[in-house]
Design a protein around this ligand. Structure first.
Ligand SMILES: Nc1nc2c(c(=O)[nH]1)N[C@@H](CN(C=O)c1ccc(C(=O)N[C@@H](CCC(=O)O)C(=O)O)cc1)CN2
Length: 294
């Protein structure tokens, strides 16, 4: 039986859940997981439903069939086949721990994505990427060539049909135009517990401030540096006896785990943009269990 998920957002009002569950039942679909949220501040409603089609109904029929109800509630909605793997481009600079972590999770089946390319502004990871039979593109970036460099980045994204770009410690600031064109489709890992310590050297800033907790933040990328909607965060305790270099070492695992959790939530359609914030629904039972054993 095909597993699907439905994502819905609209202004909050009575009858949305009833309309969706009634429609799915009428289409011979059995709901297996459901999450919803009413945002009292914005008046917006968010819903994610996982279901199986017991009568083999397809994505197109599901989408067309819900259109009348969607119009009644002015819904933004989409049906997704949970078996289809999102096409992603990973970008990296000099620090490869997040890239290596994503490649490992992808290789063992823990992260059901289709890595169509890796882009870097350095050659450091060319061999490890090619050894995974993934195309590697080295696109140097300078203040002078940034528009041409970004045009090449977008060419790789579009020629491969990538739905998501992952900045796995890519250390160049993307232009407003690129951020606008890829709004909601670029996820970054920032090596601090935002909003503290924005910029390229958060560990040095944290050391100089003398904090007792450091962390990592995964967020959607916007033109405003390190200001995008936050998807996931985590922290780790540090002490007076540790150096900025110790922070870098301690931060690697936190960064990798936070980025992987954010990507997992995004590809399973559990993240909704809500202004400059996000709504992140919990993982449905079994969604972490796709790992190939051994
Ligand atoms: N438009 C955006 N671009 C990028 C973002 C973002 O939030 N919006 N995040 C960064 C990643 N990042 C922090 O997480 C970050 C990367 C780089 C810099 C920075 O100042 N870079 C310097 C060059 C540094 C170097 O060459 O090593 C620069 O670009 O002039 C700050 C924060 C990715 N891009």
């Amino acid at each position: 039986m095909t597993k699907y998920c439905l994502t819905v957002t609209c202004l909050s009002t009575r009858g949305i859940v009833a309309a969706i569950s009634t429609y799915l039942a009428a289409k011979g679909c059995n709901i297996t997981d459901s999450s919803q949220f009413d945002d009292a501040e914005t008046g917006r409603f968010f819903m994610r439903v996982s279901f199986v089609s017991e009568q083999g109904v397809g994505l197109k029929e599901l989408g067309e069939g819900l259109a009348p109800a969607a119009e009644e509630f002015d819904m933004t909605y989409a049906f997704h086949d949970e078996a289809s793997k999102m096409k992603v481009v990973i970008m990296v600079s000099r620090f490869g721990h997040c890239l290596n972590d994503l490649l490992y999770r992808w290789r063992i089946g823990a992260l059901p994505i289709d890595i169509v390319a890796v882009i870097s502004n350095h050659m450091d990871y060319q061999k490890v990427v090619v050894n995974h039979d993934i195309p590697f593109h080295c696109i140097k970036v300078t203040k002078e060539n940034k528009p041409e460099a970004e045009a090449r980045i977008m060419a790789v994204v579009e020629e491969n049909g990538a739905e998501l770009v992952i900045l796995a410690r890519y250390m160049q600031v993307l232009s407003d135009e690129l951020c606008r064109r890829m709004s909601g489709r670029i996820i970054n890992i920032h090596h601090s517990f935002l909003p503290s310590f924005k910029g390229a050297n958060p560990y040095k800033q944290a050391f100089e401030r003398g904090v007792k907790l450091i962390g990592a933040t995964s967020h959607y990328v916007t033109a405003d540096l390190d200001e995008g909607p936050i998807i996931e965060q985590d922290i780790i305790r540090v002490t007076h006896a540790q150096s900025p270099e110790d922070y870098v070492s301690l931060g690697r695992d936190v960064e990798s785990q936070v980025l992987a959790r954010a990507i997992h939530a995004h590809i399973h359609r559990r993240v909704f943009l809500n202004g400059n914030k996000t709504v992140v629904f919990p993982a449905s039972p079994g969604s972490y269990a796709s790992e190939r054993m051994g």
